[in-house]
Design a protein. Structure first.
Length: 578
């Protein structure tokens, strides 16, 4: 079977999902109405509330949600269970779970004056639920930062051996990344004080990013070689430096780094999609990886631990609680008209599902015996992109460098947003504002991940396990559980505003499914650590899992109480009720 056939079929399925189920959600469930003014129009201030055309807002929203998650998760799940289970969940999850979650969070937010999903929970459930939800989000953000910081740091050490025997040092990616961070700062200063037009700045700095990728191999900043240490120890130094970067980003003005870097990073996303299109259309690649890693002869072994691990491993490729923070954080304040919620909230999630399919394709073209199949997901992804770019004559070293830089860029997007959101949550929960609140919130959100990434966990043979792999299931479970809780908030809002209808079931069933799978995964982590005493588990994992389960159960209890209470009261009006 050809990769082209697989991707084309997946594209058709996702398109049909958008045209049918997406239309049903827009017309029957959320009843989108362009005669109703959105907060962006009604509260326009030129700063936070700024109406944007759908074609521009869709790209911005997509670049914010499509970070490293839909790349790492599908690749890990594909190597663990085979490409068929991963592919099925990507498609079904995107259409019936992730898309509902993203669109529901966005619409609920605009119907509540562009308030965040946490505020929707506060208004429709309780103040206690709001505090529990905020704590849950902060813990989830910490694990996102841990996983993505470590996997990025490890791409800066060691080397990749290409097919012709040449080695591409990780230090080359480190050099390119440092230059890439400096360029947006210069761009931001020119835009702010030099009054440079955005199109001119883009025309100047985008080629300079290409120069940064090209120059990296010539001046590699390889700490493991320079300091004479193991790649594992060198990666910890890089992880600490990345977290210092996150700390600085959390307090810097957004115009100085985040906005220009995000603007340039968006082009990386589109360029990698173009590279993937080249490979899929003209590469002639065949599927080589097994459809199922385990056979059907023993059904218990086949289904477990695929249930529930598959559903928390794929993560953002099918559903992501992080998206609710984006939908109800910035996108809701720019939505020009309600009907745009369908292409932006639902459509961009399906497009992210396609990104996940492409990431999975970089595994599908490998033989199980290929040494690359055992490497970290970022290397598998970068090698696949490098092979695709090789079809148009780009050297393998440059193509793989581009793939790794693209991956790192996506991670920077995630880390920047997560650290800043973590800072906001600490400020909100403590009531501290100004420099004290900023400092405390930023320090807590970076120091806690630093403790985790600096701790070395060993496997049964005494070999160090990468921190991203140690914490990936915890991150995936907490992120998916965050999605379940956001869906619960959407469900309660639908119940309160649409009392004569059963439309709340479209978010209720996905919420229940994700709640079950996520808590099941967390319970397995507790079992493995405290009952089975398995090696390779960080001491914090079972404790964090227990806390997350406790928070989610308390939130569920608060929600049930709120629903029962609302049934006994007269129907109440919500902001802009449907």
């Amino acid at each position: 079977m050809s990769i082209l056939m697989v991707v084309v079929v997946c594209f058709i399925i996702l398109l049909l999902g958008y045209l049918t189920y997406g239309k049903f959600l827009a017309n029957k469930v959320f009843q989108l109405d362009d005669s109703r003014k959105t907060p962006a129009v009604e509260m326009e201030d030129g700063v936070d509330y700024v109406p944007a055309d759908a074609k521009y807002l869709a790209g911005q929203h997509f670049s914010a949600i499509a970070a490293a998650g839909p790349i790492v998760g599908p690749i890990v799940a594909g190597t663990l269970f085979g490409w068929v289970p991963a592919l099925i969940w990507i498609l079904l999850g995107s259409i019936f779970v992730g898309g509902v979650h993203d669109m529901g969070s966005l619409v609920a937010s605009i119907r509540h004056k562009a308030k965040s999903i946490t505020e929707v929970v506060r208004e429709n459930v309780s103040q206690r639920a709001f505090i529990l939800f905020m704590l849950f989000i902060w813990i989830t953000l910490v694990y996102i930062i841990v996983a993505f910081t470590d996997i990025t740091a490890r791409s800066f050490v060691g080397s990749i051996t290409l097919d012709d025997g040449t080695k591409l040092p990780g230090g080359a990616i480190a050099t390119s990344s440092i230059i890439y961070i400096i360029l947006p700062i210069i761009m931001g200063l020119l835009l702010k004080f030099g009054r440079m037009n955005l199109w001119l700045a883009t025309a100047i700095f985008l080629p300079l990013v290409g120069v940064a990728i090209w120059i990296g191999p010539y001046i590699p900043l390889s700490l493991d070689t320079m300091l004479g240490m193991t790649p594992n120890d060198a990666s910890k130094i890089w992880a600490a430096l990345i977290l210092v970067y996150c700390l600085v980003c959390a307090v810097l003005p957004m115009w100085l780094l985040l906005q220009p870097r995000g603007h340039l990073g968006g082009y990386f996303l589109y360029a990698t999609l173009a590279a993937a299109a080249i490979g899929i259309l003209f590469g002639g690649y065949e599927v080589k990886f097994p459809a199922f890693v385990k056979g059907f002869d023993n059904m218990d072994v086949f289904f477990f631990p695929m249930l529930p691990i598959l559903f928390i491993t794929v993560a953002c490729g099918a559903c992501s609680g992080f998206h609710s923070l984006v939908s109800s954080g910035t996108t809701c304040k720019q939505l020009k008209k309600e009907s745009d919620a369908r292409p932006i909230g639902y459509g961009m999630m399906l497009l992210e599902g396609l990104v996940a399919v492409i990431a999975l394709a970089t595994v599908m073209i490998l033989l199980p015996s290929d040494p690359l199949a055992k490497k970290a997901p970022n290397f598998i992804y970068a090698s696949g992109i490098g092979n695709f770019l090789g079809l148009i004559g780009i050297p393998a070293a440059l193509g793989i460098s581009f793939g790794l830089m693209a991956f790192t860029t996506f991670v920077y997007d995630t880390l920047d947003i997560c650290t800043r959101l973590g800072r906001y949550i600490i400020e909100e929960l403590t009531g501290l504002k100004g420099i004290v609140g900023k400092t405390l919130g930023s320090l807590l959100t970076t120091v806690v991940p630093l403790i985790f990434v600096l701790t070395t966990v060993l496997d049964a043979k005494g070999n160090p396990i990468p921190a991203w792999r140690v914490f990936w299931n915890t991150f995936g479970a907490s992120n998916q559980l965050l999605a379940a809780l956001a869906l619960i908030g959407v469900t309660v809002w639908l119940i309160n505003s649409r009392r004569d209808s059963k439309v709340w079931l479209v978010s209720f069933f996905p919420a229940c499914f994700m709640f079950l799978m996520s808590n099941w995964g967390l319970a397995l982590a507790i079992r493995d650590a405290w009952i089975l005493n398995k090696p390779g588990i960080h001491v914090a994992v079972p404790y964090a899992s227990l806390i997350l389960i406790g928070l989610s159960v308390l939130l569920a209890v608060e929600t049930i109480y709120a629903i029962n209470k609302s049934k006994k009261e007269k129907p109440k009006l919500t902001a802009n009720p449907s």
